[in-house]
Design a protein around this ligand. Structure first.
Ligand SMILES: [Zn+2]
Length: 188
């Protein structure tokens, strides 16, 4: 007899080995945990985007002024339209990404979701596997809008390398408070 899941030889009659059974039990226990304690989302902020793309906007505005002052009205009209299209597209993308990003903290686990276009990422991390939760040093635009990037490292993740087991949520509102709440939940 061999284990139905991992193929290990079974000492006595049965379907699955004790290792796989233990994992199965743990998974079931994790599924039973449905007590939502905190939802962390990526914030969509127009102010942040305007600050972030300040230089692009400035260059476009200057170009438009130059066009108008040299009586190239058609070109300035084209630039105005182009500016609106670019900004609209950037805002639309950011809004869609923000809508599809969240992390739900339960009693014993956190479930991270990233749904955007064809990408569907769902990740469950047990608190006992979390090694560190932190907020990255905020950028200029983030500081002005009280946003920050939340990063949760899990076991098996090398610092600086890609986030194998952890996850990251950009532009979390009021990041310091959120981090405090997370630490409290994780360590309780
Ligand atoms: Zn097995």
């Amino acid at each position: 007899m061999r284990c139905r899941i991992c193929g290990a030889k079974l000492a006595k009659e049965g379907d699955i080995c004790s290792n796989c059974y233990k994992l199965y039990q743990e998974e079931e226990k994790l599924k039973d945990d449905v007590n939502e304690r905190l939802v962390v989302k990526r914030k969509y902020s127009i102010k942040y985007n305007l600050l972030r793309y300040m230089w692009v906007i400035l260059v476009l505005v200057l170009s438009i002024i130059v066009c108008i002052s040299s009586a190239q009205f058609l070109a300035s009209l084209g630039l105005v339209c182009l500016s609106f299209v670019i900004m609209g597209l950037l805002l639309f993308l950011d809004k869609r990404i923000a809508k599809g990003t969240k992390a739900v903290f339960y009693d014993t686990k956190v479930v991270y979701q990233f749904h955007f276009w064809v990408i569907n990422t769902d990740k469950t991390v047990k608190y006992e596997n979390i090694t560190e939760a932190l907020i990255y040093k905020p950028s200029f635009s983030q500081k002005r809008t009280n946003l920050g990037d939340l990063c949760v490292y899990a076991k098996g993740t090398l610092p600086g390398a890609t986030l194998l087991n952890g996850f990251q949520i950009k532009n979390v509102e009021d990041p310091e408070t959120v981090l405090e709440q997370i630490s409290e939940i994780i360590n309780s």
